[in-house]
Design a protein around this ligand. Structure first.
Ligand code: ADP
Length: 229
């Protein structure tokens, strides 16, 4: 059974940082649709270049494009032991498509972590976020250059004031319903993302392990129910 995790949270919740760290520590691939689109733009991929127009306005790329990207990525063998999704699903349509993909994989339920941060704090964080202009990594607080490659830091085009508010609005409209789609599942967990990063990290780890354990139990219950039939 794979450890298949979705990291949810509003723009600025630092879910990307947590997803990176968790995936690295557990040796799982981190799959970020935003990163894949930005790589596609660098490589002048026509689909990604079309998507860029929407991304620069803070709007969502259409479900069919995103689902196709994720389907191809999840088909690669490095995802067999599990994966960490960041930035996907962002609509109920994407979540439903992912459920279909997961049924085909036969790896049991997804672990869904929602990193919760109050809106005021999100706006503050996004306004001051810098990324590396070279490799795209989020900059660490107080650093003058990228900790990974030494590249110069820049503001991401879609972290610009007006665009930030637009992204938060779209998050509320399109992505909040995804949380409701998952909330009732026994493998759904929330983490307080307003805490210090180290505490968020500890809570994320604990919640994922806890949800994965309940997923195993659910799997075993299903097996014993079948045996009893
Ligand atoms: P954030 O920093 O808000 O998490 P991302 O890097 O995940 O942003 O995504 C940047 C942009 O890429 C989004 O604003 C959107 O235009 C596009 N995008 C990324 N993932 C998706 C998705 N799952 N569905 C639709 N659009 C997406």
């Amino acid at each position: 059974m794979g450890l298949n995790v979705i990291m949810m949270g509003a723009p600025g919740a630092c879910k990307g940082t947590q997803a990176d760290r968790f995936a690295r520590e557990r040796g799982l691939p981190k799959i970020s649709t935003g990163d894949m689109l930005r790589e596609g733009i660098k490589e002048q991929n026509p689909v990604a270049l079309e998507a860029k127009k929407l991304m620069d306005r803070g709007e969502l790329v259409d479900d069919a494009t995103i689902i196709a990207i994720v389907r191809d990525r999840l088909a690669r063998p490095d995802t067999r032991p599990g994966f960490v999704l960041d930035g996907f699903p962002r609509t109920v349509g994407q979540a439903a498509a992912l459920d279909t993909l997961m049924d085909e994989r036969g790896q049991g339920p997804l672990v869904v972590i929602d990193v919760v941060v109050p809106e005021q704090e999100l706006v503050r964080r996004l306004g001051s976020r810098r990324i590396c202009g070279h490799c795209g990594t989020n900059a660490e607080a107080g650093k003058a250059s990228c900790g990974k490659c030494g590249g110069a830091l820049v503001t991401r085009a879609d972290d610009d004031g007006q665009v930030v508010l637009e992204r938060l609005k779209i998050y509320e409209r399109a992505t909040r319903p995804v949380l409701d789609y998952y909330r009732a599942r026994p493998t759904f967990r929330t983490v307080n993302g307003a805490q210090a990063a180290e505490q968020v990290a500890r809570d994320v780890d604990r919640m994922i392990d806890d949800a994965a354990a309940s997923k195993r139990m659910a799997g075993e219950r299903r097996v014993s129910a079948r045996v009893a039939e």
